[in-house]
Write a protein that binds this ligand. Structure first.
Ligand code: FES
Ligand code: CO
Length: 332
């Protein structure tokens, strides 16, 4: 399964602290924990002794301790202590299954495939901009496949219906033509323009908003706001900053996903709660429609669903998944 060779986000980095945390990725149960050096670890959530869930255990002196018989495991996965047989030196077979893990964009990322993982998680350009405030929203647990969620994120034709009064209105549902280009990371849509009654927390009047969308990985995408001249964002743009929203999805099961949004905004005044609140409002509008879609898995056969010219970014994303050989969360 090619998805196993990609990095996927599994938890907020700040949530992996003193206690072990459970997570699910591609139908596999994981335990995440932090060793004495502060390095995050991601293992199969299964003790090699009798299969108990390690995430129900605890971290003791930099080791993960199983909740059942108290076996202790060092950060490399090796069992180093068996309380019922303290003189026993566990052989190298007594080892928890470890996975490649790293931190990026405020999230913990895991690659399940043994061997060398890809060099790094998807590149989110706004991350490198010191003039932007970064803030994660979520998680949101959604009963649908990750590709359905990416497609919804890339879709402007639903704004006037699902987000009426916010990102669109029923009076302006026709979309201006936009351009789609393929890049090695995925398709990019440029020249996207929408009239938005309330495009962000502070909007007091409708404005035409220009976007760029970029697919960054099979289940990762970004929206980049092309600033209006004269606005604060426009001022920032002259210094090279562009506000952006990243969509990061953990494909927990073929028809279940966990989502985080990463806001990279020029707004340093609003509270984190109010910025998150706005994102919650928008996403709660998307969620019922997303969960109503059938099939939940994204059909990659072009004949399975009907298309309009407004859907060319969605079609480019589907072709990209075909090129990558993605099978999780899609129908062939
Ligand atoms: Fe983990 Fe026995 S099942 S120590
Ligand atoms: Co939406």
């Amino acid at each position: 399964m090619i998805e196993r060779s990609h990095w996927h986000p599994v938890a907020l980095a700040q949530d992996v602290a003193a206690l072990p945390v459970s997570a699910t990725l591609l139908d596999e149960a994981l335990v995440l924990w932090r060793d004495a050096a502060g390095q995050v670890q991601a293992w199969a959530d299964r003790c090699p002794h009798r299969g108990a869930r390690l995430s129900m255990g605890r971290v003791v002196t930099g080791r993960l301790e199983c909740p059942y018989h108290g076996w202790q495991f060092a950060p490399d996965g090796a069992c180093v202590h068996v309380p019922a047989a303290p003189a026993f030196t566990p052989p190298s077979t007594h080892v928890a299954q470890t996975h490649a893990v790293c931190e990026a964009h405020g999230l913990v990322w895991v690659c399940l495939q043994p061997g060398d993982p890809p060099s790094e998680p998807p590149w989110f350009a706004a991350e490198a901009e010191p003039g932007l405030r970064k803030l994660n929203c979520g998680p949101y647990d959604v009963a649908t496949s990750a590709p359905r969620i990416v497609e919804n994120f890339l879709d402007m034709a639903h704004f006037g219906f699902v987000h009426t009064g916010y990102l669109g209105s029923r009076e302006h549902t026709a979309l201006a033509d936009y351009q789609v280009h393929d890049t090695p990371a995925g398709p990019v849509a440029t020249g996207c323009r929408v009239l938005q009654p309330r495009s962000n927390l502070h909007s007091e009047r409708a404005s035409e908003v220009a976007y760029r969308y970029a697919v960054l990985g099979p289940y990762t995408a970004a929206l980049i706001k092309v600033p209006e001249p004269g606005s604060l964002a426009g001022h920032l743009a002259s210094t090279g900053y562009q506000e952006s929203i990243g969509l990061f999805i953990c494909p927990t099961a073929p028809e279940h996903s966990r989502i985080w949004f990463r806001l990279a905004v020029a707004d340093f005044e609003a509270s984190a709660e109010s910025l998150r609140g706005f994102q919650d409002t928008i996403f709660r509008q998307d969620q019922p429609v997303l969960e109503s879609q059938r099939p939940r898995r994204l059909p990659l056969d072009v004949r399975a669903e009907r298309h309009s010219p407004a859907d060319k970014m969605s079609s480019a994303y589907r072709r990209h998944l075909v090129r990558l050989g993605i099978t999780f969360g899609v129908l062939p």
